[in-house]
Design a protein around this ligand. Structure first.
Ligand code: SF4
Length: 423
């Protein structure tokens, strides 16, 4: 069997957060009447599922086995649970699923009522990822989030009551005005809820976001000097400087480790057996199929993504009907895919090796040397001997038990280390 992860993108949000550069927009800003738009989007998703399944069946020698499904966004919890159920049912009709398939769903605390969470659970969602970001109301307000800290706590408790026994909490570090104590306050609050998984990413000021606009003129690129004292004039409090940011993160990691959470990736923590399968697929270069607007895929060592143009996406599937309702040849059914799939890149052996290294090094346990050799027919030393030697000497990488992994220092400057593995 050919293991596969499926990612489903739901691009709608209540409103845009101040730091967000994800492919998402308030529902009433898309083409067409607000309210009807989601209906059209889900119809297109179902048609894309049919077409993608047909194409995979036609192109694949081995039968596909879905090991996980991940609804990301945007704000999937803004959707009608009935439509989510439809998508899951359609996937199950078109693909074989492993018995223990992990079905994850991103949830914004401002959009998830008790009833909705129960419906989602009944629809087959097994793992909830709650985008909390902070348990400090001032920070939440600054980020432009639509919920308060107490709503986030209530959402978590409602999710437990609805039967979710696998929950992730997303938190953010290096926020404007955030201190070590306020970050630790959020981490402690999260730990007190006892989620199975926790993600802690640092804020990145992305071009094109309101956050970036507020720093315009002072910020030549996203990696600007966070210590610039003039930033107080922008109306935002200071961002922590890089050294403070690292200290804050290390303090948070320590807190999480003491509470029993293992850091298994640079920014992800889990209780035993609760690592996120979808994330692991990406870091281990497993195959995944992205469905929906802008969704990315990796299949047969080819990367491609769907159009980011909502109008084009909806138009491609307009009038599509499920295969069993109308006799369509495989070619006819899969034809809309050629109109939405773009940025196709067949990965060379060199690109595959680069990805193997810089994605694998994100994992705390690092890359396995024997896996590299099995995948590429060459030892990691043959390809990267010089880089490895230098980085080990500089204290950025370690080698033990057939694995190569980042040291704490290497983790602190991981982007620099990984860039060195580009061939
Ligand atoms: S809820 Fe998430 S996807 Fe939507 S605007 Fe905020 S950060 Fe972006």
């Amino acid at each position: 069997m050919r293991p596969l992860s499926v990612y489903i993108h739901i691009p709608f949000c209540v409103r845009k957060c101040a730091y967000c550069d994800f492919l998402s927009f308030p529902e009433d800003q898309g083409p067409g009447e607000a309210g009807k738009l989601q209906g059209r989007y889900f119809d297109a998703l179902l048609a894309e599922t049919d077409a993608a399944a047909e194409k995979l069946k036609r192109d694949s020698a081995a039968a596909v086995l879905v090991r996980c499904v991940y609804f990301g966004g945007g704000t999937p919890s803004l959707s009608d649970p009935e439509r989510i159920r439809e998508v899951l049912t359609r996937l199950e009709e078109r693909f074989a699923f492993s018995e223990d398939a992990e079905i994850s769903f991103e949830c914004n605390p401002g959009t998830a009522s008790c009833d909705k969470l129960q419906e989602l659970r009944r629809a087959g969602i097994g793992r909830l990822s709650i985008g909390v970001q902070s348990f400090d109301d001032t920070e939440l307000q600054l980020l432009g989030r639509i919920h308060t800290a107490s709503q986030a706590v209530r959402c978590f408790e409602d999710a437990r009551a609805a039967g979710f026994d696998n929950i992730n909490i997303d938190l953010m570090a290096a926020l404007p005005g955030q201190t070590r104590e306020s970050l630790l306050g959020s981490v402690r609050q999260a730990v007190s809820l006892a989620p199975e998984h926790l993600s802690l990413y640092s804020l990145i000021i992305e071009e094109g976001t309101p956050f970036y606009e507020r720093y315009a003129g002072e910020v030549p690129d996203p990696h600007f000097d966070r210590r610039d004292p003039d930033r107080a004039d922008t109306g935002l409090s200071h961002l922590p400087d890089e050294i403070t940011e690292r200290e804050m993160l290390h303090a948070a990691w320590k807190e999480l480790a003491a509470a029993g959470y293992e850091r298994y990736e640079i920014s992800n923590f889990a209780l035993r057996g609760r690592r996120c399968r979808q994330n692991l697929t990406c870091w281990e270069r497993g195959e995944y199929l992205g469905l929906g607007l802008g969704a990315a895929s990796l299949l047969d060592e080819t990367r491609f993504s769907n159009t980011r143009d909502l109008h084009r996406y909806l138009e491609a599937f307009r009038g599509s009907v499920p295969a069993e309702e109308k006799t369509l040849s495989g070619g006819e059914q899969t034809e809309p895919l050629s109109r939405i799939r773009e940025n196709t890149e067949h990965l060379s052996a060199a690109s595959q090796m680069e990805e193997f290294m810089f994605l694998g090094l994100r994992l705390t346990e690092g890359v396995r040397e024997e896996r590299f050799a099995a995948a590429f027919g060459r030892s990691v030393d043959e390809v990267y001997g010089e880089v490895l030697e230098k980085h080990i000497r500089d204290g950025l990488l370690m080698r033990a038990d057939g694995r190569i992994f980042l040291t704490d220092y290497g983790t602190d400057i991981s982007n620099y280390v990984m860039a060195k593995f580009l061939l």
